[in-house]
Ligand binder design. Structure first.
Ligand code: ATP
Length: 203
């Protein structure tokens, strides 16, 4: 198993602030594993998932330079649930395997696994606690639009494909409210860091 004393799964809706929170906890001393980053590496040029994705979706899923046509793939999986399931069956087991491999190698007091679709993929079993980053939908939409250039309709469509906010929050052991500034996050993140460090030592 892992070398850490406590495993925390960090989740939240798109643009809620998962990366922002995880980066800060890493600075405080947490061992962070980001499954989004693993997913990007798997689907990058020469990534291990690129060939399996091409085998399932056809050569048109690659751009002329050989890289993945992410816009096309996103469109496909949004309009077709079975395409989404096929993509997930390629990506999720690979992401999970790499995540667990990295977790086993960590030497920090506690680990933070950033898993955007934690409940949707049933991965709570890997964690001792679940930490949810929460923002009201209006802030979530504004931040994602500012960052990505997606339209409000597109952001709402992504949100609609995720577990509803209240359900996600109800399943959290710990919550971080990220509706304020980044500086506003600081006391709560320091508190959580203290709590997790203490819990890890007690196990
Ligand atoms: P995704 O689900 O897309 O991976 P995420 O949950 O990891 O996103 P972040 O990338 O941390 O969220 O934050 C989303 C955007 O909002 C980023 O552009 C980030 O810089 C910005 N942001 C995060 N927290 C705050 C804050 N408290 N105040 C203002 N902007 C913020």
């Amino acid at each position: 198993m892992s070398g850490v004393g406590l495993v925390v799964a960090l989740t939240g809706g798109i643009g809620s602030g998962k990366t922002t929170v995880a980066d800060r906890l890493a600075v405080l001393g947490a061992g962070v594993i980001d499954t989004d980053e693993i997913s990007r590496a798997l689907t990058a040029r020469d990534g291990a998932a690129l060939e399996p994705i091409t085998a399932v979706f056809g050569p048109d899923i690659r751009l002329a330079d050989g890289t993945l046509d992410r816009a096309r793939l996103r469109e496909l999986v949004f309009s077709d649930p079975s395409a989404r399931a096929r993509l997930e069956s390629i990506l999720h087991p690979r992401i999970e395997a790499i995540m667990l491999e990295r977790l086993a190698a960590l030497q920090t007091d506690y680990a933070v696994l950033v898993i955007p679709l934690l409940f949707e993929t049933g991965q709570e079993r890997h964690a001792d606690r679940v930490l949810v980053v929460d923002v009201p939908e209006s802030i979530q939409i504004a931040r994602v639009m500012r960052r990505s250039g997606l339209s409000e309709t597109e952001v709402r469509r992504i949100i609609a494909g995720q577990i509803p906010r209240l359900e996600r929050n109800a399943r959290a052991d710990d919550l971080v409210d990220n509706s304020g500034t980044r500086a506003d996050l600081e006391p709560r993140l320091r508190e959580l860091h203290r709590i997790y460090t203490r819990m890890a030592a007690a196990r």
